[in-house]
Every structure is written in C-alpha cells, then in structure tokens.
Ligand binder design. Sequence first.
Ligand SMILES: [Zn+2]
Ligand SMILES: [Zn+2]
Length: 116
Amino acid sequence: MVHAGALPGAEWKPGAGNPIAVRLVHEMNTRAMSGLVSACGHLCDSPGVVWWIPWSPDLMRCASCASDVLLATRGTREDNRCDGCGRVVDRIRTGVLQAGAVVIILGLCNDCESER
Ligand SMILES: [Zn+2]
Ligand SMILES: [Zn+2]
C-alpha cells in the first residue's frame, strides 16, 4: 500500500464533517456511477489504493500516475486553485481524503479548510 505521505504536498486530512470533503466524495461517486471516470492502464488487475484528483476528475489513477499529475500542476496557477471555492489564493493547503479504497487529493484555501 502506498501511504499518502509518499505523495508530494500531502500535509493534512480534512475532518470527516468538512462539507467540501463531503461534496468531493459525492462528486466522485456521481461521476463514477455515470460512467464518466475511467482508469489508468496500471489499475486493471491489482486491487489496491486508487487515487482521484478533483481537478483532473476523468481518471482513477495509480499512485505513480497521480504523482505525475501533481508534479505537472506544481508551480502553475492551477496549483493554487482551491478545490472548495475555485479561487486562486496565495497559499493552498494540500490534503488527502480517504473514501473506501479511493484516496482523494485536494487543495483548499484557509477559508474552506476551516469550514467544518
Ligand atoms: Zn497508472
Ligand atoms: Zn476555498
């Protein structure tokens, strides 16, 4: 199993009651059930942890592919966009959220992170 700490920037976990966390899990489930999410080529046979990234929501990824997306975003304007409110802010807090076998990677501004 890959631990979230292995991914760059994962520094916190939102509380289970965080409304943005709840919304993201709901959005992921809705997309998946609507057939809008496919899987990267590495997930086929091996059960294990799957990664979902809200700003690139069409694919469930293995840890390696998830890491590629994070690194590609790093340093860009999108890197500082809040997954809660959509604003681009100076400081974003990157976190992980576990929903069953899926780990969701998200970034929130201070306002959204403190909303619980
Ligand atoms: Zn992959
Ligand atoms: Zn926000």
